[in-house]
Design a protein around this ligand. Sequence first.
Ligand code: HSE
Length: 326
Amino acid sequence: MLMYRLVRVECPASSANLGPGFDVFGLALDVAYDAVEVEVVEEASEPTIAEFRIVGRYADKVPQGENNLVYKLALTIMKELGLNLKVRITLDKNVKPRSGLGSSGASAAAITLALTTLAGINLEPTKIVELAAVGEELVTGSRHADNVAPSLLGGFIIIRRYNPLDLVRLDPPDNLGIVLLVPDVPLPEDKTRYARSVLPQQVPLSNVVHNVGHASYVVLGFALKNVKLIAKGIQDGDSIVEPARAKLIPAYEKIRKAAISSGALAVTISGAGPSMIAIYDREELSDRDAENIGKSMLEAIRQEGYEGEYFITRPSKGPKITKIET
Ligand code: HSE
């Protein structure tokens, strides 16, 4: 049954929602990857983790040992797949936790893909996403898949429904450029859970109409590989979730204004925040122009007294299997 003795996979960060598509849209980002290496020690009577190490830039920013999502999810998945093995696991943690870049989704995707690859199990996309989404639930308390799906499948994901899960993946246009601002701001302990708790439970019909119209443009833009249409859908496209979360991000309005006046076509909160994602057309702006968008967004948060980092990046094609041994 076991195909390999050792597997290392890297899964990308992601940006969920993209404006109007709360819990529906997700985009894989080439900005950073979480890697998981699983090595089989021996067969066992039940799933066992003999050693669990965390390395990487954010190694000390995530729960350690058996409190880590990768540790918990590894045992859950091994049980689910009937993998009675003793394994060593290393998590290389490079996606910043609690930043709105799908950090837990990238880790959940990486352990899920590492274990299924190790076992030689080739699950269809919805099945593997469902398995990994259990990990998101461990962290956020809700089983949304708009981070794990892009981390596992790459590109742009649309989730049509959750019960049963149904989704589709589209290749983003080559000229879709992305600028991310990752602010260093104080956050509630349970960031995503908190950012979900501030959302309205009921919304006016006019807001639904607004979001559906804009979301349709985002989809159309990805389907036609047209960055301008994607931007039209994202910019001011969410009248439901973003207004409720804006106050959680210092300088939210200033960051938005700075990005647009420096040449970005659209800007919105990345996932549950606090990162902000701006998009631009790589055929129209140079790398230096993109740097200027990033600098202006960073300057806006600095004016509020906070630090941060910006990144110029692109969509990611998806996971990479970087080591495999029989
Ligand atoms: N769609 C989710 C949210 C993504 O906005 O709460 C968070 O990981």
